[in-house]
Design a protein around this ligand. Sequence first.
Ligand code: THU
Length: 131
Amino acid sequence: MLNKTQQQKLLLLASKASECAYAPYSKFRVGAVVLFDDGSTYKGCNVENASYGLSICAERNAISTAVADGKNSGIVAVAISSPDSKLCYPCGACRQWISEFSKDAMIIVENEDRTPLVHTILELLPHTFRL
Ligand code: THU
């Protein structure tokens, strides 16, 4: 379990990542940070495309970056932040992606007052699809 300071630190990193968002179509910027059990973190932002369906969410961008760096297990937490919305929860596709790599990851979003709000991935996606 991460303490409040650690949760806030992750949200700050996610907020910084959102500054790189490429979101000219929705104008909705998102940043995400994935924390692993060895302390390493990987960030991502949403990257949109003129062909809207090709856009990628911040969470999946961060996870892809981690996997490309050889990290596909040991996710402790995923923090998500948007300057355009509080309580920026991961979409269904991103919940499924997070579930692929962790059964008990903490999902940290920002409350109305910007304080951390923590869930588990199982709370957000019960009865996860698995092969
Ligand atoms: N978005 C994310 O980055 N993460 C989510 O979990 C939900 C949605 C992005 C996708 C798109 O670029 C923008 O937010 C508006 O849907």
